[in-house]
Structures are given as C-alpha cells and as structure tokens.
Design a protein around this ligand. Structure first.
Ligand SMILES: NC(=O)c1ccc[n+]([C@@H]2O[C@H](COP(=O)([O-])OP(=O)(O)OC[C@H]3O[C@@H](n4cnc5c(N)ncnc54)[C@H](OP(=O)(O)O)[C@@H]3O)[C@@H](O)[C@H]2O)c1
Length: 171
C-alpha cells in the first residue's frame, strides 16, 4: 500500500483562494492525474469536504473518492463519506487487503496536516508554483522527518513558472 500527499502550492505555501486553486497549469494537472491514477493499482483519493466542493464534477473519475466530513450525508454513487481521516485510512486499508493500493491525500489544509503527521504517509509530491497568488488557504510546514528526495528544474507554462519536488519520510 502506498500512501502519499499530492499538493501544489505557491511561494508562500498558499494552496487555494475563494474555494478554488488560483492557477491553472496543464503540466501540474497531468502530474496530479499520473500520481493519483497509477496503472496496476486500485487508486483512492482522500479529500476534505471543501476540496470535494471545488471539484467541477464532484468526483475524480477512475478513483475511489473518499470525502472526509461530519456534515455530508453518508454516501452517493460517486463518493464515500468518512467521518475522519482515520476512518478514510481504515476504509482504504480494507480495500488494500484485496488489491495493490495507491492512496493519495489531495487536500485541503487539515487533511494535509493530519496526513503529514500520520506515519503511513511516506511521500509528499509537491508542485511549487513560483509567485504569490494571494491565497487564503496554506499548507502547513512539512515535518522535519521528511527529506527532499528530488527537486526538478523550473518549467515555464504560459508565463507561470513551476517545479516538482518529492519528499520522502526518513526510514
Ligand atoms: N493547491 C492544491 O493542491 C489544493 C488541493 C486541494 C484543495 N485546494 C484548495 O483548498 C481549498 C479547500 O480546502 P480547505 O482546507 O478549505 O477545505 P477541506 O480541507 O477540503 O475541507 C474542510 C472540511 O473537510 C471536513 N474535514 C476536514 N478535516 C476533518 C476531520 N479531521 N474530521 C472530519 N471532517 C473533516 C470538514 O467538513 P464538514 O464541515 O462537512 O464536517 C471541513 O469543513 C480550496 O480553495 C481548494 O481549491 C488546493
């Protein structure tokens, strides 16, 4: 079972503004898809209710969508509602008994914070977007037990510069 965080943040560690992501980068969207939709795996995404509300289709295709909420009704055909991150992880582990599992925590603030502090989450895949985007939601500091495993070169897409970083939890 692989548990990771997938996040894009700006130079101030901002991740969102007014309930959405204030940039649109095709390269980042492609990487998000590759990381959360690995072939040969059952793919699970865990998100908070706010992130779920920000999704245009209210689910991500070909992935098991777990939405953490204390207020949403229990289930729809497209999502499973979990009362806590722990419940979402237990649900995932249940599926993982039967198949190879790729679990991605995809936001927002409190889901990322809780996942970073849960030892089952071994990797953080970051897209760092250059600049300040006036965000109102921020990623908390990455704990010291993660070390930088790789840092890609800056890429320019339509005037927005970004790069990929991968952190791995020290063994
Ligand atoms: N840049 C990125 O990579 C990225 C990724 C994801 C999201 N975003 C952005 O981030 C913003 C949304 O994030 P957010 O932090 O505002 O919201 P969020 O974390 O997605 O959702 C918050 C809600 O999730 C539920 N929740 C969170 N932690 C919980 C827990 N431990 N137990 C039970 N329920 C819990 C609660 O729902 P209830 O109130 O229903 O109980 C809470 O109100 C948007 O702007 C979005 O575009 C950016």
């Amino acid at each position: 079972m692989e548990f990771s965080l997938v996040v894009a943040h700006d130079s101030e560690r901002g991740i969102g503004r007014d309930g959405r992501i204030p940039w649109q980068i095709r390269g980042d969207m492609q990487r998000f898809r590759e990381l959360t939709l690995k072939s040969g795996f059952t793919n699970v995404v865990i998100m908070g209710r706010g992130t779920w509300e920000s999704l245009p289709k209210k689910h991500l295709e070909k992935r098991i969508n777990l939405v953490v909420s204390r207020t949403l009704p229990k289930a729809t055909p497209q999502i499973t509602v979990c009362g806590s991150l722990e419940e979402a992880i237990s649900f995932s582990e249940g599926i993982g008994k039967f198949s190879k599992l790729n679990v991605s925590a995809i936001g927002g603030v409190s889901i990322y914070a809780a996942a970073m502090n849960d030892l089952r989450f071994q990797r953080i895949y970051v897209t760092e977007v250059d600049g300040k985007f006036n965000c109102d939601k921020f990623l908390s500091e990455i704990p010291k037990d993660y070390e930088l495993e790789s840092r890609g070169r800056w890429v320019d897409e339509c005037g927005i510069k970004f790069r990929y970083l991968t952190y791995e939890r020290r063994k």
